[in-house]
Write a protein that binds this ligand. Structure first.
Ligand code: FAD
Length: 334
């Protein structure tokens, strides 16, 4: 079993050679966990032309970067990345391994955990070290929060969504060691990557929107959802949703807000036709002003927001859109 001063690992996530913010956020958190244990923070950075990212990782709190830098690693490949990380973990024995809940992390974390025969907690909203030097992995569940620990198997593994932890202050003066990972980086041919298509975000990106409209299944159908989309356009708001909306096929998974989706911190949050379930609400805990529209005055959403409207959201949205458009026309004609 690994020692509790063994390193804490972060698996870096990058796109086109730029680190995703969740990587620095995890390195910052790993630093505070490592300080509590007297351990080092190490980052596994895989890609092609990614060596320039190492100083950012050191400045965020890393002590060491395992660098796999080769054309074969340019794109995430589940077999190649799993093989590399498992081999390295078996040699270096990290006590904790953290990944972002990104499209890569969601696939890679269980692949690595299964190979290392250890546990994995997905979509954590906080991490801590307890008196026994074990990592507490906190997730929302059963209307509250539960803490998961994995004291018997190592490494302890968790995924965390972007925005759960703040970006650490960058310390220019910090440096660290770069340890090159040597190849071969070949795969067994189970999966072949033919093409990588980077999807352009539709509308205003949720991460940077000052106003976020989150729609729930109370929209009723795709026509009801279209009213939500129209209102978000009129308001210049990012359009997010709850899980049942994704299940219905009205919106893309990438726009789901909550524990297993995006974390957002807008100035204004509008929750329409949704009940305020905890798994959704953890995703908007950073919002400043919150408004809800729901036809059930007893809905739990109303106890969590600053302003509420009890009404059928479709009827309300039709009137609201009409009023906004009338107002806009008057502004133009003045
Ligand atoms: C492990 C796990 C992770 C999860 N992660 C997420 C996550 O990341 N994000 C997420 O969103 N969910 C997540 N969920 C699902 C979550 O628990 C809830 O089921 C979901 O958020 C509920 O969505 P909703 O509010 O749209 O639907 P409901 O809970 O069904 O609420 C619909 C609301 O709409 C109202 N309504 C109905 N008709 C109208 C109308 N005409 N006008 C106005 N209001 C109306 C109703 O009164 C009701 O309050 C997760 C669940 C689990 C178990």
């Amino acid at each position: 079993m690994a020692d509790n001063t063994n390193p804490i690992w972060v698996i870096a996530d990058q796109e086109s050679c730029s680190l995703l913010p969740v990587t620095s956020q995890l390195v910052g958190k790993a630093r505070s966990l490592a300080d509590a244990l007297g351990a080092d923070v190490e980052v596994v950075l895989l890609g092609d032309g990614v060596e320039a990212q190492a100083p950012t990782l050191f400045g965020s709190g890393a002590d060491r970067v395992y660098l796999g830098n080769a054309p074969e690693l340019a794109n995430y490949h589940p077999d190649v990345y799993t093989e590399l990380i498992v081999g390295l973990a078996e040699a270096c024995k990290p006590q904790i391994v953290l990944l972002g809940s990104t499209s890569m992390g969601r696939e890679l974390a269980p692949l690595v955990a299964a190979r290392l025969e250890t546990g994995l907690t997905a979509h954590c909203i906080d991490l801590d070290i307890n008196a026994d030097h074990v990592m507490e992995q906190i997730i929302p569940a059963y209307g509250g929060e539960i803490t998961i620990v994995c004291p018997e198997r190592k490494p302890q593994m968790a995924t965390v969504a972007q925005g759960v932890f703040p970006l650490p202050a960058h310390d220019e003066g910090r440096s660290g060691e770069i340890v090159p990972i040597s190849g071969p980086f070949t795969h067994k041919g189970r999966i072949e990557i033919l093409e990588v298509v980077i999807e352009e975000p539709k509308g205003i990106p949720l991460d940077s929107a000052t106003c976020v409209l989150a729609g729930g299944v109370g929209a009723g159908d795709s026509d009801g959802w279209d009213l939500m989309a129209q209102l978000s356009k009129e308001l210049g708001a990012g359009l997010g949703c709850t899980r049942p909306v994704v299940d219905e096929g009205w919106a893309e998974l990438e726009t789901m807000i909550g524990q297993s989706g995006k974390m957002v911190s807008p100035e204004t949050y509008l929750g329409i036709g949704l009940s305020g379930e905890q798994q959704h609400m953890v995703g908007i805990s950073g919002a400043k002003t919150m408004i809800a529209i729901n036809n059930d005055k007893k809905s739990p959403i109303f106890s969590q927001v600053d302003f509420g409207v009890v009404d059928d959201c479709r009827e309300f949205l039709l009137v609201l859109l009409e009023k906004i458009r009338e107002y806009r026309e008057k502004q133009v004609s003045c």
